[in-house]
Design a protein around this ligand. Structure first.
Ligand SMILES: *Cc1c(COP(=O)(O)O)cnc(C)c1O
Length: 296
């Protein structure tokens, strides 16, 4: 399998007339280029968990997620690269045909155990209590070590060059990491991709502890909820690609780019703002859309 390459990460400044008009610059941190399967923020969130598992001499990693989860596929690939056995508990009954995400995870040697939705939360709690000789990574990599790993994303951009650092949030682990590494004058803006996840800010603060950056969570751009979308979002993603040649995914980064575009147009950012948009990867999730939906 292809090795992970942090050297592939770039900071791109695409043409952006709507931002120019407001005297705002937008830079994209291309974490999506790190690896095709362990893409975007996932390797950063996983790195210290895997390191600890090695230190503790655990042979097996157990984790949790849904059928199209970027975290599941990234964990499967990272475990294969690092020489761990991997098992994942997948939310929901086994479907007649598996998603491409699960097919690929399974080809990478990950054992998949399907758990009915009603059972899933109970099973997660139970397993988290009885680690045995396995090392447990929580769903989405949520946890302190995940945030500490995400804080190392900051090694890949020039920190003092930005007034705002913006990212998409599921569990908020990446946001917590970006907040931990932020400067006191910087604002970290976290776009929730879940509907009404009012827990998000508390979850982020719980991981980030007493950090210096300023956090804003925004809940208005979920498009109906997690992995839900509307034609407006798809249209935006295609237009964004036409202008910048940067692909996005409809679960996370498409919603992030849409949100920031909308906020720029509505004067949320003062003139002179230098915005860093974290492209956290996740492009494999687009395979769940029917062919031709996206132009890339
Ligand atoms: C997992 C993921 C996120 C969310 O990260 P959290 O740390 O759970 O908030 C954001 N973007 C992409 C592309 C992801 O795959």
């Amino acid at each position: 399998m292809q090795e992970i390459s942090f050297a592939n990460i770039t900071t791109d400044v695409p043409s952006y007339p709507a931002a120019d008009e407001k005297d705002i610059t937008v830079t994209i941190l291309r974490l999506d280029k790190v690896h095709p399967l362990i893409s975007g923020n996932k390797i950063f969130k996983l790195r210290y968990y895997l390191e600890e598992a090695k230190l503790l001499d655990r042979k097996k990693i157990i984790t949790f997620g849904g059928a199209w989860s970027n975290h599941i596929l990234a964990t499967a690939a990272a475990c294969q690269l690092a020489g761990f056995e991997a098992t994942a508990y997948i939310r929901g009954e086994e479907p007649a045909t598996r998603s491409s995400t699960l097919t690929e995870a399974s080809q990478l040697g990950m054992k998949l155990i399907f758990v009915a939705r009603e059972e899933y939360t109970r099973q997660k709690r139970k397993l988290a209590d009885e680690t045995g000789d396995a090392y447990i990574i929580h769903e989405g990599g949520y946890g302190t070590k995940g945030a500490e790993g995400a804080a190392t994303i900051a090694q890949h951009f020039h920190q003092s060059g930005y007034t705002h650092i913006c990212c998409a949030a599921g569990t908020g682990t990446m946001t917590a990491g970006l907040l931990m590494s932020a400067l006191p004058v910087q604002e970290v803006i976290s776009i929730s991709v879940l509907k009404n996840n009012l827990q998000l800010e508390t979850d982020i603060q719980a991981l980030a502890g007493t950090c210096t950056g300023q956090l804003t969570t925004i809940h208005d751009y979920h498009f109906g909820g997690y992995a839900k979308y509307k034609p407006e979002l798809i249209h935006f993603m295609n237009e964004w690609y036409r202008r910048s040649m940067i692909p996005s995914d409809f679960v996370y980064t498409g919603k992030l780019f849409f949100a920031i575009d909308d906020l720029i147009k509505n004067n949320f950012f003062p003139p002179g703002s230098k915005i860093l948009l974290v492209h956290s990867g996740g492009l494999q999730g687009n395979t769940s859309l029917s062919k031709g939906t996206l132009i890339f």
